[in-house]
Design a protein around this ligand. Sequence first.
Ligand SMILES: [Fe+2]
Length: 265
Amino acid sequence: MGRSQPVRRAPPRGLSKPRSVAAVTRVAVATRLDAPQRERHTGCLREIEEVRRVLQGTVTEVIAALTAAIEMKDRYAYGHSVREAGYAVALAQAMRLPEQQVQDVRRGALLHDIGMLFIDPRILRKRDQLAEDEFEEVKKHAGLGARVVSKVALLKEVAKIVRHHHERFDGCGYPDGLADDRIPLGARVVAVVDAFEAMTEERPYRKMLTLEEALAELERHAGGQFDPRMVKPFVGLVRRKVADSPIPRDESPLLAEVVINGTLT
Ligand SMILES: [Fe+2]
């Protein structure tokens, strides 16, 4: 009697989800593919992983270019998006969000104000309070930014964060007046860290708040402007990091370094 043929079973499914080569190889062994079949299978998977890696690298470069464009348009935005992304990742990790969501939140924080590129710079540079029609103009940046980001298929979830980063937990935000869990989770994360970064940053047209004042503001607006489930871990995280590594002055870059990296370098 000849050598028995290996049992052929349906190939493992689920390649739409990222899986490691090792994990899929284990599945191939379990489904009793013979050695040459396993080798071909593993070779294909390695190629897919490589394509995925190159694609993600390209997306990261595109995001870096767009972030640079935002900062070139508004000199006061310099460093703001990058610090905000660091806070957003720290909060997302403290909340134990899945890796893909942490990645989306990071990208959403970097690109949240990309729609400002289309807003009249005279309005953005105005030091006095905005007139009602000017504020209506500024509000358009959320929808315009989302339209740009949604052109990249891999950034579909990020586009939702960009569109909804000015929604309020109580439903009184814009552009859609969504409330509570109807606001995408990433957008609720970005709303908290965006406000914190803005409050602790020096701007010519408003006074910078101290660290404690900024944290108190977040707590005061938890349940109104912000999701309390985001405020609590973020305030706890900042207090813990600053207690472990005190900062000499309440300055945004120093504060961000301690909260994001855990220490001053
Ligand atoms: Fe914004």
